[in-house]
Ligand binder design. Structure first.
Ligand SMILES: *Cc1c(COP(=O)(O)O)cnc(C)c1O
Length: 308
C-alpha cells in the first residue's frame, strides 16, 4: 500500500491573519496553513499526491516515478512521503546534476534521481516519453509534473471541509471566498469542485499570461460536470515565474515580521501581495471574509537565488 490510512491524514490549521492593510479596508482574512501539516511533507503537493497514491494502489504499483526541477516542491513531498510510508520513488530531473538543498533532501529520502538535461525534459509531453521509463521501472506508477490533473484536484477538495470544521473557532458563521496561488491551477480546480458554486475561488497566477491555467481548470471542472463553477484569475507573476523584485521581497519580510507567517517569493508571497493590491483597488467590500491558502513551498526557498 502506498496511500496512507485515513487517520494518518494531517489536520490543517486555520488561523486569523491580522495585517494593517486588511484592517484598513475592513477585510477579514484567515489563513489555511498547508505549510504546517508535517515537518517534512508540506504544502498543497502532499494533497495533490494522495489520489495518485490511491491510483497506484489500485494498479498494484510498488512506488512512484515523477518529474520536476532542482527546487521542486512536488518531488520533495513525493520523496518525503515515500520515505515515511515505505514505497520507492524515482525522480526525473530537469537540467544537469546540481546540488541544491532540495536535491540533497531527495537523495537523503532515498529517491533515485535521473537528470534528463533540458531538451530531454522538454520532451516530457511527447507521446512515448514514458515508454522507456516504464520498461526500466515496470512496478512504478507515473505521476505527471507537479502531481497535477484530475487526481491532483480531487485531493485538494478536502480543504473546504477542513475550513468549515474550523470556522466556529474563528467566530465566523461563513466566508465569502478563497484566495490562493496558482501554478497549473490544479489546486484551485479542486476548490472549485468542492464549492460547486457556493463560494468564489480567486486564483493569483504565479505564471505569466495564464499559461493554460484557465484550460486546466475548465478541463477538470467539465470532467466533474459542475454546472456553475465560480472562479476568477488574477495576474500575480510580476513579470515571470520565479522573477523576484525588491518590492516583493520587502513585502514578504514585512509580512513575516508583522504576522510570523513565513512566505516564499514564488507563490505564496506573490499571491498575498496580489491580494493586497486587489484589496487596495477596492475589489472587496468592507466586511468581506476570505480564506487565504498557504500552499507551502518553504523548502524551495532555501538556496534560491532571486532573479531580480
Ligand atoms: C505548486 C505550488 C503551487 C501551485 O499549485 P497548482 O496546483 O499547480 O496551481 C502554489 N504554491 C506552492 C507553494 C506550490 O508549491
Amino acid at each position: 500500500m502506498l496511500s496512507p490510512p485515513d487517520n494518518w491524514l494531517p489536520q490543517v490549521p486555520l488561523e486569523p491573519l491580522h495585517l494593517d492593510w486588511l484592517a484598513h479596508a475592513g477585510i477579514e482574512l484567515a489563513i489555511l496553513r498547508l505549510d504546517q501539516i508535517d515537518p517534512l511533507i508540506s504544502g498543497n503537493k502532499w494533497f495533490k499526491l494522495i489520489e495518485h497514491l490511491r491510483n497506484a494502489d489500485r494498479v498494484g504499483a510498488e512506488g512512484i516515478i515523477s518529474l520536476g526541477g532542482a527546487h521542486s516542491n512536488h518531488l520533495h513531498a513525493l520523496a518525503a512521503a515515500g520515505k515515511r510510508l515505505g514505497f520507492s520513488t524515482v525522480g526525473l530531473l530537469r537540467g544537469h546534476p546540481q546540488e541544491t538543498p532540495t536535491v540533497k533532501d531527495l537523495q537523503a529520502f532515498g529517491m533515485q534521481l535521473h537528470w534528463l538535461g533540458y531538451a530531454g525534459y522538454r520532451a516530457r509531453h511527447e507521446a512515448g516519453f514514458w515508454q522507456p521509463w516504464q520498461t526500466r521501472y515496470p512496478t512504478l506508477h507515473p505521476v505527471p509534473e507537479g502531481g497535477g490533473g484530475w487526481p491532483g484536484a480531487l485531493g485538494c477538495m478536502q480543504f473546504r471541509a477542513a475550513v468549515c470544521a474550523q470556522l466556529q473557532g474563528l467566530g465566523w458563521s461563513d466566508y465569502d471566498g478563497w484566495w490562493l496561488a496558482c501554478g497549473t491551477g490544479t489546486t484551485l480546480a479542486g476548490l472549485v469542485l468542492a464549492e460547486a458554486g457556493d463560494h468564489p475561488v480567486y486564483g493569483a497566477l504565479a505564471v505569466p499570461g495564464d499559461h493554460g491555467v484557465a484550460q486546466q481548470v475548465e478541463t477538470i471542472v467539465q470532467q466533474a460536470a459542475i454546472a456553475d463553477p465560480v472562479y476568477e484569475l488574477f495576474d500575480a507573476s510580476r513579470g515571470g515565474f520565479a522573477k523576484v523584485d525588491p518590492l516583493l521581497l520587502e513585502f514578504i519580510e514585512k509580512t513575516e515580521q508583522a504576522s510570523g507567517i513565513p512566505l516564499e517569493p514564488l507563490y505564496t508571497g506573490k499571491a498575498l501581495l496580489a491580494l493586497k493590491q486587489q484589496v487596495e483597488a477596492g475589489k472587496f467590500a468592507r466586511g468581506t471574509r476570505l480564506i487565504f491558502v498557504h500552499t507551502g513551498g518553504l523548502q524551495g526557498r532555501r538556496g534560491f537565488s532571486p532573479q531580480i
